[in-house]
Ligand binder design. Structure first.
Ligand code: PXG
Length: 426
């Protein structure tokens, strides 16, 4: 028989250390226990039905309960539940997924390196870009430029690439050779400027840092096309094309972290297509399987692939679950479903414009200082004084207050500071 909520909570706090959690604080309060899901809804152990406007954790792009994904997992578990790709072996699901990914990603991508998550994917990025420059005889090109308030994962390399001050304060981070510039957040840095002007200004911070470090020491720039965990920060349209121009000018590799923006989220298959740039490497995870099973990886563009394949020798890197057959089988079913249901077109032509229009009406609300969306990512900025743009006092934790009201009314949104964010299933 199922346990009561109180019994679940007692066992939870006795044994389970949750990610990004004040363990004692949660133990005193008790966690909300989610027991099942269907389509865009979750149910908790009290029987409450909740609309999941965060797609789990930015990942359940096709929604819950998709039979094709469930069947793909079961069939693959029966056929070949595990085998590795290390010592000159391969298996059909990983080969087929690599092939399919090369079809749905931008044309420079014909190769993929699989990992188990987005964090691991970004660890692969760090190893791979540094290896690329080593092989080309420029081993001093070590530094990767990233941004403050970026999120690139929670492993040593992922958290170092990320620009979260709280994460850097624990565990001896960041690792050497990572340099952070300011984020392209108009509210923080650009008020009073035109958005396109601000986009160019924010991109110029990259150029300034490159010149400051010496271009010959810079390996790559990495960014999320739209920052997710940082609060759905949508850069001005002028930002990414200018970042691209700067990377090209100094020969620096450009890496797009598509862990959130991939697989239709922004109304194109990948966020770099929406934002208009052409990355050399692309990290993915989450939406590749719609979160049904863990999978991540790095799309490797021709420029890097050619060097590593033709001149690189052995690349001394890989994970037990690189190309896990069950994960790859689910990813195949997921991508085919996104294609069949035309979900990317649907976000672009239908639900994305609908959300944008609905958010325009929220702009009128006295507490909403800004409302913006891109595809099915949206953010509302809560302000105390709309005319002046004055924020609420930090100690009020206004985002958490709003989030509490949402939960109480059967809606999951996430609060990032004073920004209320959503990323619903497509
Ligand atoms: N890159 C990006 C852009 C991400 O959003 C990762 C890498 C790391 O992926 P893994 O699979 O290792 O978690 C992420 C993950 C939040 C939140 O609070 C966001 C993520 C993870 C946990 C919480 O919004 N994104």
């Amino acid at each position: 028989p199922a346990r009561t909520t109180a019994e679940w909570q007692a066992a939870d706090s006795a044994h389970y250390l949750h990610p990004f959690t004040d363990f004692k604080g949660l133990a005193n309060k008790g966690s909300r226990v989610i027991t099942r899901a269907d389509n865009i809804y979750l149910w908790d152990s009290e029987g409450h039905k909740i609309l999941d406007a965060m797609s789990g954790l930015w990942c359940v792009n096709v929604g819950y309960g998709q039979q094709a994904l469930i069947d793909a997992a079961a069939a693959q578990m029966k056929e070949l539940p595990f085998y590795n790709s290390f010592f000159q072996t391969a298996h059909p699901p990983a080969i087929e997924l690599a092939e399919l990914l090369s079809q749905i990603t931008p044309p420079q991508f014909k190769h993929v390196f699989f990992s188990g998550s987005g964090s691991e994917g970004n660890d692969t990025v760090v190893r791979m870009v540094r290896r690329y420059w080593d092989v080309l005889g420029q081993p001093q090109r070590q530094i990767i430029i990233s941004r403050k308030n970026a999120y690139h994962g929670s492993t040593m390399a992922g958290a170092s690439l990320g620009g979260m001050a709280g994460m850097h304060a624990q565990g001896g981070l960041p690792i050497p050779g990572i340099s952070h510039i300011d984020q392209p957040y108009w509210v923080e840095h650009g008020r009073g400027m035109r958005r396109d002007e601000f986009g160019e200004l924010a991109a110029s911070w990259l150029e300034a840092r490159i010149l400051n470090l010496g271009a010959e020491n810079v390996a790559a720039f990495i960014g999320e096309p739209i920052q997710g965990a940082g609060g759905v920060i949508i850069p001005p349209a002028s930002y990414w094309p200018e970042v691209q121009r700067i990377c090209d000018q100094y020969g620096i590799l450009l890496v797009s972290d598509e862990v959130i923006t991939g697989f239709g989220r922004t109304g194109r298959w990948f966020g770099c297509e929406t934002m208009g740039f052409r990355p050399d490497l692309m990290t993915f995870a989450k939406g590749v399987t719609s979160g049904y099973v863990p999978l991540g990886g790095v799309m490797v563009g021709d420029r890097v692939a050619k060097v590593l394949i033709e001149q690189g020798g052995e690349f001394e890197h890989g994970y037990t679950y690189s190309g896990h057959p069950v994960a790859c089988a689910v990813a195949l079913a997921n991508i085919r479903l996104i294609r069949e249901q035309r979900l990317v077109e649907r976000v672009h032509d239908d639900v994305g414009p609908y959300l944008a229009k609905a958010y325009e009406t929220l702009r009128e609300h006295p507490l909403v200082g800004d409302a913006e969306t891109c595809g099915l990512m949206g953010a509302l900025l809560l302000v105390k004084d709309k005319a002046r743009g004055t924020p609420f006092p930090a100690e009020l934790e206004i985002g958490m207050v709003c989030r509490g009201h949402c939960f109480g009314n059967g809606l999951i949104m996430r609060a990032v500071g004073d920004r209320m964010i959503i990323a619903p299933p497509l």
